[in-house]
Ligand binder design. Sequence first.
Ligand SMILES: NC(=O)c1ccc[n+]([C@@H]2O[C@H](COP(=O)([O-])OP(=O)(O)OC[C@H]3O[C@@H](n4cnc5c(N)ncnc54)[C@H](O)[C@@H]3O)[C@@H](O)[C@H]2O)c1
Length: 271
Amino acid sequence: MKPLEGKTAIITGAGGGIGRPTARMLADAGARVVVSDIREDAANATRDQIIERGGTAVAVPADITREPEVRELVAAAKGFGGVDVLVNNGGGSLARDQDIISMEVDVWDATMALNARGPMLCCKHAIPEMLGRGGGAIVNISSGAALSGQLGIPAYSAAKAAVIALTRSVATLYGQQGIRCNAITPGLILHERLAEIFPVEQIEIDAENILTPRPGTPEDIAAAVIFLASAQARFINAQVLPVDGGLLAHTPTYAQTRAMGSRRLEVKERS
Ligand SMILES: NC(=O)c1ccc[n+]([C@@H]2O[C@H](COP(=O)([O-])OP(=O)(O)OC[C@H]3O[C@@H](n4cnc5c(N)ncnc54)[C@H](O)[C@@H]3O)[C@@H](O)[C@H]2O)c1
């Protein structure tokens, strides 16, 4: 039996990037997928891809920052089979999110609205549906940027840290009623759109600092989403799972030491 057979899953931000392959893999895992994105055409395209592969999906455009649209999204999912799984994937940073001294309040607020208010609203409206079915699984896509200092994107980092706190709050408030809520902190995950805009030098630096021989892909995130959403993870709640190739787990001097050409620090013998 497929891990999500008989389940209905909402995924936001599913019109591209990490969201589209994750939506496809949720369907491959047996879920009926409610594909949502602020961009209607993009959501429709993801839905069509799923149906072409023999899966079951519906597209429901929604801006996750707007409560009436989130309410409609959840209502549509209810009509499509209910809500067993919610993947809060929609999010991102603004180009003007550069530093604190030049921070414009509208940039801070918009970043918070997209990355923190959006997942909260989706939880707010999905949880009652899940409770009515005896429980459910929520997977929030946070970011490694929430866990370590960054040269840039301060509003995004703070908003993604809020997602981690939201994750723990949801699990603590509703865990006894069958709700599991976990977060994933991806490292750099290249996909078509990001590969176009991301500086090559930054990609090379990332490659030097991860502990895997290849960079992360959207499918790596999707695999973790499906695991956390499935019964395989039934005793895992309120956790934060880094899916980052070990980027944040090693000695800070890792890349420089490797560049010295030695895996072990060679200590000169005493005379
Ligand atoms: N790609 C990475 O390296 C990376 C790393 C860490 C975390 N993340 C997180 O993973 C998630 C997916 O990232 P991605 O790289 O695929 O980004 P992306 O920008 O390619 O995709 C985000 C999707 O969200 C949609 N969206 C934007 N605003 C929305 C709104 N208000 N309501 C509903 N949908 C909206 C966009 O249309 C888009 O399809 C995001 O939460 C991001 O912060 C990504």
